[in-house]
Design a binder for this molecule. Structure first.
Ligand SMILES: NC(=O)c1ccc[n+]([C@@H]2O[C@H](COP(=O)([O-])OP(=O)(O)OC[C@H]3O[C@@H](n4cnc5c(N)ncnc54)[C@H](O)[C@@H]3O)[C@@H](O)[C@H]2O)c1
Ligand SMILES: [Zn+2]
Length: 407
């Protein structure tokens, strides 16, 4: 038996933030990040709409990018005191993910972070509150997914919490919120969405329900991401839907080792002054993982189908040629979006540079542990080809040096 779960309601299109006016409840807590939602007036609007719905509103702000376990615990304590029956998270993946984890802790105060990380092990929620997510970036699709990514900074590791219990009740996909994104955020979140769709399509958990969502997302992202990056606002609006479709696909079909590697490299070099931003990590690793996975016949055929839909190779070309065309296309997208091809060239500001912020000796010293952790990541199980530790180390080296994957 397989399960396919999405939010009960999804409001989309310009002005859909107003759906908050129709919510029924007594108290709503709004969870939000560092300031962009306030600066652009969306926080005030959300607060006003909820008040119009007759609710008492509290704001929990300051949720940092790549939220920490500590922030989750702090927010849960505020919820415990305020006792909301609606949790409304507004912003990018970070505040929404943090709010999802706070929700678990609010409903089950004795639940530890370790408990939360047991895959599909979350107890039944919605005894105290329902959850609405309003996304302001076009990438993570956390507004429709069963995932939340929280960073344990003491270990330098991102942990995915995965359970359909945390799939939001309501998603609001209002493209107006995404229009204020700076270019770099458009690039990174957009390639995150592309990775979601591609990984979901070749995942071992793919199915008839997830395939059309993944394929349509890929077709939209290939057409709209680069124009959106270059300021085409109609393309920006479509990207907000495209990333959400990709999210619906991967929330139900799961992901693969591009994400395992991104989760385990993202914060592990933080002591050298930067993170490898989630979307940029995915963008760099995706072409390498495609080459690795294509050694699996089923995955190779599926990449071929993606290429047929994208129309970037002759229909009669061999699957190997199609895989090569897909890799070349994604690398060109990285170039167009000013994303480097490998960790060695990844600057502290995320742009391509001759010598990036992760020194070679540091990378090599940490390589084995990263590989072991990546294999243990929740996303590895659904990858079409299961790597050994040795293969994972080799793959990570290709992602560091931008060398050919020939194993
Ligand atoms: N839950 C999931 O299914 C899932 C999937 C992929 C990634 N993630 C996680 O999500 C996080 C990344 O989320 P993200 O990429 O959405 O970015 P983010 O939420 O970390 O935000 C990045 C920055 O962009 C700003 N910002 C957000 N929206 C803006 C807007 N409309 N205009 C101007 N500035 C804006 C924020 O204030 C912040 O400074 C990572 O922790 C990643 O691991 C989660
Ligand atoms: Zn992602």
């Amino acid at each position: 038996m397989a399960r396919f779960t999405l939010p009960r309601d999804l409001y989309h299109g310009k002005g859909s933030l107003e759906a908050l006016k129709s919510f029924k409840g007594r108290k709503a807590i709004i969870c939000v990040g560092g300031g962009s939602m306030k600066r652009f007036g969306f926080l005030d609007r959300a607060e006003a709409y909820l008040k119009e719905a007759g609710m008492e509103v509290k704001i929990f702000d300051g949720i940092e990018p790549d939220p920490s376990v500590e922030t989750v615990m702090r927010g849960a304590a505020v919820m415990q005191e305020f006792q909301p029956d609606w949790i409304v998270a507004i912003g990018g993946g970070s505040p929404i993910d943090a709010a999802k984890a706070m929700w678990i802790k609010y409903e089950y105060p004795n639940c530890t972070f370790e408990d939360m990380c047991k895959v599909f092990g979350i107890p039944e929620l919605r005894k105290k509150a329902h959850f609405c997510a309003v996304s302001s970036t076009s990438g993570t699709a956390t507004e429709v997914t069963a995932f939340s990514i929280i960073t344990d900074y003491s270990k330098g590791i991102k942990y995915p919490i995965a359970d359909f219990e945390i799939t939001p009740d309501v998603a609001i996909v209002d493209p107006e919120l995404a229009e204020t994104m700076p270019k770099k955020l458009v690039a990174h979140t957009g390639m995150d969405a592309m990775t979601h769709a591609v990984e979901a399509y070749v995942s071992t958990a793919n199915c008839d329900y997830t395939d059309p969502l993944a394929i349509h997302a890929i077709e939209m992202i290939m057409k709209d991401l680069v124009p959106s990056y270059n300021g085409d606002m109609a393309a920006r609006d479509r990207m907000h839907n495209a990333q959400c479709l990709a999210g619906m696909a991967f929330s139900n079909a799961l992901l693969g080792i591009v994400h395992s590697m991104a989760h385990k490299t993202g914060a592990v070099f933080a002591d050298y002054g930067a993170h490898i931003i989630h979307g940029a990590a995915n963008a760099m690793y995706l072409p390498k993982v495609i080459a690795f996975n294509a050694k699996d016949e089923t995955a190779k055929k599926r990449y071929g189908v993606i290429v047929d839909y994208m129309g970037i190779a002759d229909k009669n070309a061999s699957d190997d040629e199609k895989v090569a065309a897909l890799i070349a296309y994604l690398r060109k997208m990285n170039d167009d979006l000013n994303i480097p091809h490998c960790i060695k060239n990844y600057g502290a500001d995320s742009y391509p540079t001759e010598q990036g912020f992760v020194p070679e000796d540091v990378f090599l010293t940490r390589l084995h542990d990263i590989a072991v952790n990546a294999i243990g990541d929740a996303c590895t199980g659904s990858n079409p080809r299961q790597p050994s530790v040795e293969e994972m180390e080799k793959l990570l080296k290709c992602c560091y040096y931008d060398t050919e994957v020939d194993f």
